[in-house]
Design a protein around this ligand. Structure first.
Ligand SMILES: O=C(O)COP(=O)(O)O
Ligand SMILES: [Mg+2]
Length: 226
């Protein structure tokens, strides 16, 4: 039997051009164990990805703030504290940095994502003041509640699915995946992964982005079926 999977989206299931690679879909749809999409993105994004990939909606979103598996929806974190921090950031001249309609945060319920072009020093200062974690996914800065993480949420999802977290194999690319890597039994950092993710992972892949992820999944599958 193949192991259950925890897969990050940005930098892991995407191409260097930030697009989802549909060539990953058949492997995911045919995977003979649960596939959990674990992302920093707001809840609707991984849900839509599951729908379009043809897999059940098993999702960790918002860096662990929201988790859904087999009809069970769980929330974690302190959204009021995050809102207060955003208010302070904006009062001091900071902007979230998303042009036009902010579709990055519009459906976000438990944390905030800020453009990496925003004032990082000010955002770090506000995070410290409001006792929030500053997380850099490589795609956005996030302010999250301490104790909330993809890994912690994945442990809850594993329980719902009837697995031990150590049975999971994970692939990811950035510091918001380190908690996942610490939670699962076997972890892979794609070649484009940041230092934190690479250090936390059991293996580093030769190729980056979705190509590296597909290499890892094929190797895991082939090892199980040998
Ligand atoms: O939302 C982000 O900043 C990055 O998303 P990811 O966790 O799927 O890489
Ligand atoms: Mg990522």
């Amino acid at each position: 039997m193949v192991p259950p999977l925890a897969l990050d989206i940005d930098g892991t299931l995407t191409t260097p051009e930030h697009t989802i690679a549909p060539r990953a879909f058949p492997l995911l749809a045919e995977w003979d164990a649960p596939v959990v999409i674990a992302t920093g993105k707001a809840f609707p994004y991984p849900v839509a990805l599951c729908q379009f990939a043809g897999i059940p909606e098993r999702v960790v979103a918002e860096n662990g703030g929201v988790a859904l598996a087999d009809g069970e929806l769980r929330y974690a974190g302190d959204p009021e504290r995050v809102d207060a921090a955003v208010e302070a950031f904006e009062e001091r001249g900071g902007t979230l940095g998303w042009d036009g309609v902010d579709t990055i945060n519009r459906w976000r319920e438990t944390e905030v994502a800020v453009s990496r072009t925003a004032d990082e020093a000010l955002l770090r200062e506000v995070a410290a003041e409001f006792d929030l974690e500053f997380v850099d996914s490589g795609y956005a800065f996030h302010l999250t509640t301490p104790g909330v993480s993809k890994g912690a949420a994945l442990a809850g999802v594993a329980e719902v699915l009837g697995y031990d977290p150590s049975e999971f194999v994970a692939v990811g690319d950035s510091e918001n995946d380190a908690s996942t890597f610490e939670t699962v039994g076997e972890s892979y950092a794609v070649a484009n992964a940041d230092e934190t993710a690479t250090r936390a992972a059991d293996h580093t892949l030769d190729r980056g982005y979705v190509d590296g992820t597909l290499d890892a999944l094929r190797a895991v599958r082939d090892a199980e079926t040998e």
